[in-house]
Ligand binder design. Structure first.
Ligand code: ZN
Length: 403
């Protein structure tokens, strides 16, 4: 699936109609969750039936295209299924019991309820929500694709306006010649990463530099009276700063990931459980800073796209073990150099990166057989449904799994 994103241009009343449609999608989703809570054991089919009942009961639900309300059901069911899955897998701690959604930002149509103009520079929503005709601002040309290839159309609200996304099904694998090179990456707090050749990619601290601006805007919000127009304006501005920083981070992660993948046949990195790490507040910011999570997603995305192998290895001992003799050399986080009894001395992160590469190579076996071990890369290889990796407005977004 490729996602093409355009900025939507319309009248204020149309934007209000989009908000209304987004709210309805959330209503259906939450109603389904409630229905499931009250009737334990109901399946997806029951929820579809319940959706039909909702459409009969509430006219504002009926006004939304029927497939779009079905997506609301699907969203509810995927959170229910995730919860069941977590219970089955026996994951310790919270199982992610489905929650009611409060700030849904999108509504998704399938293949009905919308129509593209002849030039494909405009879209008209044909259900009764009254969204009507929106102009599509962006450089992408939808004429390149068959209408049948457009599987979904999403309306998304962001701090700086409304966007239309087209999910197009295409086989977008690209063949590039092998390089004969393999690489291990050790993600760090000091450097974005250090590789097994001893090179490092500096950290772009977008978040830190943006932080001052964020704090300033946050203070502006706090100073304004609750419920006032000025407060809403300040909140809006704060949202835009957030959005800008997250886009910068996303761009940076993507650019580096593409470059690393294109110049290596195999890329190894640690299977860091981001979730667990983020619980540690002092690490959290730096990890968010580095955009490591997005970076990993993009590595996996480009890995599939360019037919390269990406391997996530167990990070245990990668920084402690000597990459020369295999001995364990205990060191704290502040010890920056690896010094082993065997006489091997190396930068701590460099040593770790070599270990990561070695581990990966032992996982995939001989480096001539290009087989990816699906178990090696943990459970976060693919993008979760509904999650979007995005670029700047009006550019192409790509997702690694169909929705
Ligand atoms: Zn050693």
């Amino acid at each position: 699936m490729i996602v093409f994103e355009f900025k939507a241009k319309g009248k204020t009343t149309q934007y209000a109609a989009i908000d209304e449609a987004i709210k309805t999608a959330q209503f259906v989703r939450n109603k389904c969750i409630r229905f499931w809570m009250d009737n334990p054991g109901v399946g997806q089919k029951d929820l579809y039936r319940y959706n039909t009942a909702l459409r009969a009961e509430y006219s504002f639900v009926k006004d939304l295209n029927s497939h779009a309300t079905q997506v609301g059901v699907e969203r509810a069911y995927s959170s229910i299924a995730r919860f069941y899955n977590n219970c089955k897998k026996g994951i310790p701690g919270k199982k992610g019991y489905p929650k009611f959604q409060k700030n849904n930002r999108s509504v998704e149509y399938k293949t009905s309820g919308w129509k593209l103009s002849q030039t494909r520079k405009q879209i008209t929503f044909t259900d009764k929500k009254g969204i009507g005709n929106l102009k599509l601002k962006g450089t992408w040309d939808l004429n390149f694709y068959q209408l049948e290839q457009i599987k979904r159309v999403r309306l998304v609200r962001r701090a700086d306006g409304y966007y239309v996304q087209f999910l197009v099904s295409v086989d977008n694998k690209v063949e590039i010649p092998p390089t004969g090179k393999t690489i291990g990456l050790d993600v760090g707090l000091k450097e974005f990463y250090t590789d097994s050749n001893g090179n490092s990619e500096p950290n772009q601290r977008f978040y830190r530099t943006g932080e001052k601006r964020l704090k300033f805007k946050q203070r502006l919000v706090q100073r304004k009276k609750k419920g006032s127009i000025n407060r809403n304006k300040a909140i809006h501005k704060l949202g835009r700063v957030h959005l800008k920083i997250s886009r910068q981070r996303q761009e940076h992660a993507k650019r580096i990931a593409r470059c690393v993948i294109q110049s290596h046949d195999l890329v190894a990195y640690e299977d860091l459980r981001i979730k667990n790490l983020v619980k540690n507040h002092c690490l959290a910011k730096s990890i968010n800073d580095a955009g490591w999570y997005q970076f990993r997603k993009w590595l996996e995305y480009f890995g599939v796209k360019f037919g390269r192998i990406t391997v996530a290895v167990n990070p245990a001992y990668t920084s402690q073990q000597c990459s020369n003799c295999g001995a364990i050399v205990k060191k704290s986080l502040s010890t920056r150099t690896h010094v082993c009894e065997c006489g091997f001395v190396l930068d701590r992160d460099w040593n770790a990166a070599i270990n990561i590469l070695k581990l990966a190579l032992s996982t995939v076996g001989h480096t001539g057989t290009w087989v990816i071990d699906p178990n090696a890369s943990g459970d976060s290889t693919s993008t979760h449904a509904g999650e979007v990796l995005y670029e700047q407005a009006g550019s192409m977004i790509e997702e690694s799994s169909p929705l």
